[in-house]
Design a protein. Structure first.
Length: 140
């Protein structure tokens, strides 16, 4: 059953990963089992993963980034057990969204930007790159 396989996987994760990684995987798998039930690992379907995303957003009231991270952690668990997204016919559009132009973990936010905000940032980056090019021409 899924719980037994998850427990063995988490025991391995706990041995080889940091405590926070273990905690995040534990939560993701607990929520996954809550969402789809304690079924056989081999019977997990694309529909189960789509239902899991909805469960995270609606039942657990998670934001886009947390939903994405938990989905990714479950996909890693499945991949560890030789179940690929392609085996389940998971498409790129099936993955939860969270990344906007600035919604990247390196920039530290998962907030959606307005279209005008994205335009302003693009213009800033264009000017920055242009001035960098001028500086290089002047120095070279």
């Amino acid at each position: 059953m899924l719980q037994t396989v998850a427990d063995r996987y988490l025991a391995d994760v706990q041995k080889r990963c940091k405590k926070k990684t273990f905690q995040k995987y534990s939560v993701a798998l607990r929520y996954f089992i809550e969402a789809v039930g304690n079924k056989e690992l081999s019977s997990v379907t694309r529909t189960d993963l789509l239902d899991y995303s909805v469960y995270l957003r609606e039942e657990k009231e998670q934001g886009d980034r947390s939903t994405y991270n938990n989905f990714e952690n479950v996909m890693t668990f499945l991949k560890h057990h030789d179940i690929r997204g392609s085996d389940l016919r998971i498409k790129a559009r099936d993955w939860p969204d969270y990344v906007s132009f600035l919604g990247h973990p390196l920039w530290g936010t998962d907030k959606k930007m307005t279209e005008s905000g994205e335009q302003e940032l693009r213009e800033f980056m264009r000017l920055k790159n242009h001035s960098h090019g001028l500086k290089n021409r002047h120095l070279g």
